[in-house]
Write a protein that binds this ligand. Structure first.
Ligand SMILES: C[S@@+](CC[C@H](N)C(=O)[O-])C[C@H]1O[C@@H](n2cnc3c(N)ncnc32)[C@H](O)[C@@H]1O
Length: 216
């Protein structure tokens, strides 16, 4: 898979979809709120945490986050400038810094207390995810948490078929999901150096919340 091409496809797709995005994705709000619920288990509400949001889009998951952590500072990483422009119209925009570009090419910053992501990382094969998660790992403080609420494949066969189908004809499937199984995702996290992995099913079909901690 050409990971750079994948990013450009995502940009074109989400730039086109920005208008009306929230109306569709409000149905996934349970998975987005789950990130803040999990953060509260690590950091008392009100703590001025420093957070990186991978694939922040229009920032739906940041609505509950800023309700619980009004003093948080968030770096919103996303390849779609249009999605980030929508985010920057939200009331908490003054606490958000944008990093525009491909996860694989941009510098996300460092010393994060938490890295969060939802609905944004189910398009990469395991080997590229290891590369990405090592980058995430390096951006975190020791003891910090990585929370990813995302779509998973039900089994290894589904994972293989999706990856194969996309690889055979990438231009045909501008936005085809290629999710990994829970087991594969946990293995990728382990290869990137994470500890203390926990997986919880989420209310949206095929979604799980992965909690992984950077060792102290
Ligand atoms: C389905 S949206 C999720 C947005 C938001 N997290 C939410 O849950 O509403 C996925 C986001 O990931 C971004 N994205 C996908 N692949 C990317 C990549 N390779 N680099 C940076 N951003 C990417 C897209 O531009 C899009 O805004």
């Amino acid at each position: 898979m050409d990971i750079r091409l994948r990013g450009l496809e995502m940009k074109a797709f989400f730039d086109r979809k920005t208008e009306g995005y929230d109306d569709v994705h409000i149905a996934f709000m349970g998975s987005k709120t789950a990130l803040t619920d999990a953060l509260k288990e690590m950091y008392a509400p009100g703590t001025p945490i420093k957070v990186l949001d991978l694939g922040a889009g229009t920032g739906l998951e940041l609505i509950p986050l800023f309700e619980a952590y009004p003093e948080a500072s968030v770096t919103a990483a996303d390849i779609s400038e249009d999605m980030l422009s929508a985010l920057m119209h939200r009331p908490f925009a003054d606490r958000v810094t944008c990093v525009i570009g491909d996860f694989f090419e941009t510098d996300p910053g460092c010393d994060y207390d938490a890295v969060i992501s939802t609905s944004a990382l189910h398009h990469f094969p395991p080997e590229d995810k290891v590369t990405l998660y090592r980058k995430v790992f390096a951006a975190m403080k020791p003891g910090a948490v990585f929370l990813n609420a995302d779509k998973c494949a039900d089994n290894a066969e589904e994972q293989r078929l999706c990856l194969e189908e996309y690889a055979e004809n990438p231009e045909k499937y501008a936005h085809m999901d290629t999710p990994l199984t829970v087991e594969c995702e946990c293995d990728v996290l382990r290869q990137a150096g994470f500890d203390g992995k926990e997986v919880r099913p989420l209310p949206n079909a095929k979604y799980n919340l992965f909690t992984a901690v950077k060792p102290e």
